[in-house]
Design a protein around this ligand. Structure first.
Ligand code: IYR
Length: 255
């Protein structure tokens, strides 16, 4: 399977790469079916070294305040802000510019509740059986469990799907190179964009919920759930574990 798709690095394999097998023998587009594109000049703003340093520190300070928050306020958030942060996430780089992402924004209380029921049912089995004692022990300091009140309470749930392949207007399949890492990068940009507007989230990757949530949200089979982000303002009594981050010298190597 890997042989036929050389862009799939062994280390980047995931369950969706394996399940791409099921699509074998289907009608894939040839690259000649896509149009050529013009190359145009690019000259973005350039800053002085002093300004660069200031901006790099300011951005660090903003991002260093980001925390995974599991206590979210029900207070409404402007829909336009959510749309705009997703617009920003969509600026991410992607394999062969395939933009293999779908952001499903759920604000309907009934659908949020269905998502909660699904996630809690699967997470209870994850914590009780699938994850195993070591994993559950490793998480105990975060005081997480399978109960996810934020899935009802947060004004928005953003479910990020990776499109494992595209579907062209002629209904042939289009290869989405590096779709998992492309969408993951886009999620990182989304987290930064949320932080930038003072909203909070927790990066949840609900184990074993993908297929059920995909069906619940009526998404096509080429889409696989990558991440679920409950989004809102932090609850006034929100707490976070008092974690420390690694020092710069412990994460960088200059050669
Ligand atoms: N997905 C579960 C468990 C979990 C796993 C890791 I790794 C975390 O850093 C936190 C939680 C949950 O959301 O509770």
């Amino acid at each position: 399977n890997t042989e036929s798709r050389p862009w799939v690095d062994q280390d980047l394999q995931d369950s969706s790469e394996i399940s791409a097998k099921e699509t074998e023998g289907d009608d894939w587009a040839d690259s000649c079916e896509e149009e050529d594109v013009a190359h145009v000049p690019y000259s973005p703003e350039r800053y002085s070294e002093e300004t660069m340093l200031k901006k790099s520190k300011d951005f660090y300070s903003l991002m260093n305040q980001r925390r995974s928050v599991r206590f979210i306020s029900p207070e409404p958030v402007p829909r336009e802000v959510i749309d705009q942060v997703i617009h920003t996430a969509g600026t991410g780089p992607s394999g062969a510019h395939t933009e293999p992402w779908t952001f499903v924004v759920v604000s309907d209380p009934e659908v949020k509740h269905q998502i909660r029921l699904t996630v809690e049912e699967e997470e209870e089995m994850n914590y009780r059986q699938r994850m195993g004692d070591k994993w559950v022990q490793d998480l105990s300091k975060f005081r997480t469990n399978w109960m996810k009140e934020y899935l009802d309470v947060a004004p928005y749930l953003i479910l990020i799907f990776k499109q494992t392949y595209g579907i062209l207007p002629n209904s042939k399949k289009k290869t989405h190179y590096y779709n998992e890492i492309s969408v993951s990068i886009s999620c990182g940009i989304l987290l930064a964009a949320l932080q930038n507007v003072g909203l909070v989230t927790v990066t949840s990757t609900p184990l074993n919920c993908g297929p059920r949530l995909r069906l619940l949200l009526k998404r096509p089979v080429n889409e696989k759930l990558l991440m679920l982000l409950p989004v809102g303002y932090p609850a006034s009594d929100a707490t976070v574990p008092d974690l420390k981050r690694k020092a710069l010298q412990d994460i960088v190597v200059h050669i």
